[in-house]
Ligand binder design. Structure first.
Ligand code: GSH
Length: 133
């Protein structure tokens, strides 16, 4: 039976679990009729993740939130899954790129993107305009 993932079908954080599932040979299905801002604020959803964020994976042992934790859970469903690597240095490299993507890219992406789509003035632009020194 498939595990149910709560997220929209374009959610980048949901993709982590779906990709891990594909490589692992585990069935993960997106919940039907997910509506951002509605489904993830329902009382049933908030029982699974009190801060109302997606993705959340329903497992036979209860829900898991945080996309990296979900991807790791799905990957660990297969014993000795090569996705984790097969030596100490390979494990470290897998963790290195997970952390890099999360802490260096994801954490900063909105700060980079928002000025470029015209919603705010970037720090560099302010400095160029001599508002900052
Ligand atoms: N660190 C979390 C981030 C989760 C997150 O920010 N989810 C966003 C969508 S990408 C969300 O649910 N936003 C809805 C809200 O904040 O109400 C993870 O990796 O799962």
């Amino acid at each position: 039976m498939a595990l149910v993932l709560h997220a929209g079908n374009t959610n980048k954080n949901g993709f982590k679990a779906l990709i891990a599932a594909e490589y692992t040979g585990v069935k993960v299905e997106l919940v039907k009729n997910f509506e951002m801002g509605v489904s993830n604020k329902s009382p049933k959803f908030l029982e699974m993740n009190p801060i109302g964020k997606v993705p959340v994976l329903e497992t036979p042992d209860g829900p898991v939130f945080e996309s990296n934790a979900i991807a790791r859970y799905v990957t660990r469903l297969k014993a000795d899954n090569p996705l984790f690597g097969s030596s100490l240095i390979e494990y470290a490299h897998v963790e290195q790129w997970i952390d890099f993507a999360t802490l260096e890219i994801d954490a900063n992406i909105l700060r980079w993107l928002i000025p470029r789509i015209g919603f705010a003035v970037s720090f560099l632009r302010l400095r160029k305009l001599q508002f900052l020194h």
